[in-house]
Design a protein around this ligand. Structure first.
Ligand code: GLU
Length: 472
């Protein structure tokens, strides 16, 4: 039996959805419409690799059109299959709704192992995939806007925008057909670290809630918290970085070849450099090797951050998880069976579709930048600096005192693009965390935070369907 038949990611999303739907009063037909994937595109296309024709299998799924455009990343992995892409597309709908990003959910995937191809081959595959999306009207700034996901990044997004623009000459908003682009191609400063930073902002907000921390038997705040991160890709790396910078201790890091542990804390960048040099996370100076990568998930810690792939914490290993908080930086790392176990043992699982919404939130900012054709901060930076300088001058004159250089620089500073993007992300994550926690508090029969997050999402999507009016 294949993994696909034993475990259905889409089914587990449906299960979580149904669990939450019971706490809403929406019409059952409307709930069914929200649950289904609206449009599914499955394609096969030929690409010449090493003088041989290879048939590439790929997908794009648009889960919901209650808002336009649809939005979601593109994943390159040998495991990519329709069930997975459908589940991830559905999660995108709920994710966008929770953080008030006005998009429907979508996801794409190509079933390839990107490590087995040269950059030239990957470029051919990506460009052909984009051309297929154009042919089927599955991409465009007002239609469907892809972004990076597992196995893709800025480079692939640059190929996509370039292919799109060459096929749609003169389209003034074409740069908004994809997000996560390099800055030089219309990207926004702050997109790369966005998901990791959003994970940090979300967990920090949870850790600042006195009642929640009391229930978990933890002190308020992130300082001194012992954190384990699984996955040292873009999301895991940046999550670890922001926790460490805020005074938490990253005691273990895991990658697929193994895991390392150091009670005094690890520096993610040093570990990243070590891995780049030696090809493995193992044997990092001062750290202990853990035989199995998955052992890291079972370590005694305050916060466990699975930041790799789905289905890593399930009915089998959830009973051995010792963390007090699990922060789902990846999409779908914990199965519904794991959720049941966490609820039983009082482990707080902060769910993926809101916690990792930082990526799509900043994608939204990038898309807005592309449509407005102006960099964030361009209009107000000088104005703010002149005004701040004037206020400071007045204060110094009236008080007869002068502020230090460090304070002066801080007060004077007018916002740059990255400042505004980070601040917009911080606001988004704090608001979403509070909204979800409030839903949970208002209805204590809701069993877990994931269900509360789904209730928030269902209410918002159903509300906008109601505003649209369902077609006769
Ligand atoms: N792939 C990311 C996610 O799963 C980002 C999607 C986007 O920016 O559209 O949320």
């Amino acid at each position: 039996m294949s993994a696909e038949t034993t475990y259905s990611f889409f089914h587990s999303v449906e299960q979580s959805f149904d669990k939450a739907a019971k706490f809403t009063t929406w019409d059952s037909g409307l709930l069914e419409q929200i649950k289904q994937c609206n449009s599914v595109l499955r394609m096969h296309f030929p690409v010449k690799v090493n003088d041989k024709i290879e048939v590439i299998k790929a997908y794009r799924v648009q889960h919901s059109h209650h808002k336009a455009p649809c939005k979601g990343g593109i994943r390159y992995s040998p495991e990519v299959n329709l069930d997975e892409v459908m589940a991830l597309a559905a999660l995108m709908t709920f994710k966008c709704a929770i953080v008030n990003v006005p998009f429907g959910g979508a996801k794409g995937g190509i079933t390839i192992d990107p490590k087995k191809y040269t950059a030239y081959d990957l470029e051919k595959i990506t460009r052909r995939y984009t051309a297929e999306l154009v042919k089927k009207n599955f991409i465009g700034p007002g239609i469907d806007v892809p972004a990076p996901d597992y196995g893709t990044g800025e480079r692939e997004m640059a190929w996509i925008v370039d292919t799109y623009q060459s096929l749609k000459p003169g389209e003034i908003d074409a740069a908004g057909c994809v997000t996560g682009k390099p800055i030089t191609q219309g990207g926004v400063r702050g997109r790369k670290e966005a998901t990791g930073l959003g994970v940090f902002f979300g967990i920090r907000e949870v850790c600042n809630m006195e009642d929640v921390m009391k229930k978990q038997g933890l002190t308020v705040g992130v300082v001194g918290k012992r954190v384990v991160v699984q996955g040292l890709g873009n999301v895991g790396y940046h999550s670890a970085k922001f926790f460490r910078e805020a005074g938490s201790k990253v005691i273990a890091l895991a990658e697929y070849e193994g895991a390392i542990f150091n009670e005094d804390g690890l520096n993610e960048d040093e570990v990243f450099q070590h891995r780049k040099k030696t090809g493995s996370i193992l044997n990092f100076p001062g750290a202990t090797n853990l035989a199995k990568s998955s052992d890291a998930l079972e370590l005694e810690c305050d916060i466990l951050i699975p930041a790799a792939l789905e289905n890593v914490i399930n009915g089998d290993n959830a009973p051995r998880v010792k963390a007090k908080i699990v922060g789902e930086a990846a999409n779908g790392p914990c199965t519904p069976e794991a959720d049941e176990e966490f609820t039983r043992r009082g482990i707080l699982c902060v769910p993926d579709m809101y916690l990792n919404a930082g990526g799509v939130t900043v994608s939204y900012f990038e898309w807005l930048k592309n449509l407005s054709h102006v960099r964030y901060g361009r209009l107000e930076k000088r104005f703010a600096e002149n005004l701040n300088g004037h206020i400071l001058g007045q204060i110094e004159e009236l008080s007869g005192k002068t502020v230090s250089k460090k304070e002066r620089d801080f007060i004077m500073h007018g916002p740059e693009e990255q400042d505004l993007v980070h601040s917009g992300l911080e606001e988004t994550m704090i608001t979403a965390t509070r909204e979800i926690m409030q839903i949970w508090k208002d209805n204590p029969t809701i069993p877990d935070m994931r269900t509360a997050a789904y209730v928030s999402a269902i209410n918002k999507v159903a509300q906008s369907y109601n505003e649209l009016g369902i077609f006769p």
